[in-house]
Design a protein around this ligand. Sequence first.
Ligand SMILES: NC(=O)c1ccc[n+]([C@@H]2O[C@H](COP(=O)([O-])OP(=O)(O)OC[C@H]3O[C@@H](n4cnc5c(N)ncnc54)[C@H](O)[C@@H]3O)[C@@H](O)[C@H]2O)c1
Length: 362
Amino acid sequence: MRAMTAPAVTLTESVLRRLTERVLEAAGVASDKAALVADSLILANLRGVDSHGVQNLPHYVEQLEAGDVDPHAEGHVASESGACLLYDSEHGLGAVTALTCCGHAVRLARRLGVSLVVAREATHFGIAACWSQKISAEGLIGIALCDASPTVPPWQGRAGRVGTNPISLSVPHPQGRGWLLDMATTTAAYGRLEKSQLEGKTVIPEGWAQDREGHPTTDLGTALKGFLMPLGGYKGSGLAVLVEILCGVLSGGAFGTEIRGIRQHGRHSRVNHTFLAIDVTRFLPLGEFQARMDRFVAEIKSAPPAAGYEEVLVAGDPEWRIEDERRRGGIPIPPGPWANLARVAERLGVVLPAGLDPIPFG
Ligand SMILES: NC(=O)c1ccc[n+]([C@@H]2O[C@H](COP(=O)([O-])OP(=O)(O)OC[C@H]3O[C@@H](n4cnc5c(N)ncnc54)[C@H](O)[C@@H]3O)[C@@H](O)[C@H]2O)c1
């Protein structure tokens, strides 16, 4: 469950999108690219993944200002061979790279049944689900992976070697509401620590973080100076390495400790993105695949709820529900992220939507 705090503001999706676009444009991003980045951030907020929504916009602006991200870079295909494509992002905007690479993944999988597209010298692409969904919206199974700065020690270690390296898989669905897994390979994504900090919390759930010596901690201050913990012990550690093999090692670009995060400035991030597309019609007709998925999900949900739960959910369910609510009722932005967003907007001379306090909290 994601914790809720009283929002500072609640904005409609379109107002928040326009504000995000204007901030990016004021930071030197062309309007078409600003719209793509805004889409990815707003989708995160719509899905309730606020740790990867407009909370990250001030970091994106700082990266642009520091020259870590090139707002004009188009990227280029470094090589293409059969179902495999290597892309060089040229440190361009992560959303621009990811959208281009998803297009290549779909094109190749339609022709060859399956595709693997790897982008190097890339930057933060936000939530992985944004990109696995772009592929599944085309009727293919979509997988999106990326690496991230080394905030996570290997299992039994006490120095960061891998990132929160997320994995997302989205299956095609007639209403676009299929099974959609989108998870960090740590118990919690790093943005969740920052979100807790912005919400003024001092305690985080058990299992999220460890101190610099490797002791588990629930103290947020200690966690921010320490490390995130791999999901499920050594198995999560293995998954993070798996992602890095398919991203940084395979790309020929940076990996592990060579990667920089969105909060570190003065150097390119050099992250890598990997996209896989699978054409299910090479196995069975799409309608039959979807009917089998429906049956499988129904079978999973038919399990009686465990003590303390009212229902069984599958991956994607919590986010689809929040997305429905937020498309209707708007996107709540808590005080901390709103203050940061308002500050960056004001600094760049972007007028806030009418009636909103420019800096509500100091
Ligand atoms: N770009 C990056 O560098 C980067 C790095 C790490 C994470 N991320 C993003 O951070 C986001 C958050 O990741 P997270 O691991 O904190 O997500 P999470 O723990 O909130 O959810 C993980 C998955 O579990 C599913 N889930 C949640 N509750 C469930 C339940 N009761 N039953 C069944 N399934 C359930 C969700 O639908 C989701 O697919 C993701 O969107 C990820 O892509 C991005």
